[in-house]
Write a protein that binds this ligand. Sequence first.
Ligand code: IMP
Ligand code: MG
Length: 184
Amino acid sequence: MTEINPDIASIVLTEDDIQTRVAQMGKQISEDYRGEDLLLIGVLKGAFVLMADIARAMSIPAEFDFMAVSSYGSSTRTSGIVRILKDLDMDLAGRNVLIIEDIVDSGLTLSYLLKNIKGRKPRSLEICALMTKPDVQEVSLDIRYHGFPIPPEFVVGYGLDYKQRYRNLPYVGTLKPHVYEERA
Ligand code: IMP
Ligand code: MG
């Protein structure tokens, strides 16, 4: 069993929960895009873990590209103003594009990205997100591949950070209050 990081207060998704769901999502994506062209776009940094696991859960050929974005705002809240730190290398015109996102909180980051990517004329555009926070989502989004709805709490692990830490935890959990005080 994985040892739990001492800064974690509670586990929201276990490693097992995540791996079981990601395997199902990879299988579904493979069925839906079998025989079709497919380009996965990972939204850095958070999506790097999901992207790696989804990629290996798929049984069809695909290409991969990454975009790095940063949302202006505090370390635990987004403002919806998104800055592109690293753009895609590939041309999206005529491609079937699937965006891979770790979490949809307000939905502002993803709705900005969707608009931006649609402008590049892909043939199709869908979203895969491991988690959503339905209670705090501000914009409605059509998420074709959805892992889990979670409560509206700040979580870390499986790609998600607090001040750039905890991304490599294989599970998702909340932080103990002392972490916010010490790293404020
Ligand atoms: P949104 O624009 O409010 O939907 O926020 C999206 C981005 O904020 C995600 O891609 C994450 O990078 C980050 N984020 C949102 N909620 C959390 C969280 O609970 N923990 C860590 N990062 C989060
Ligand atoms: Mg993110």
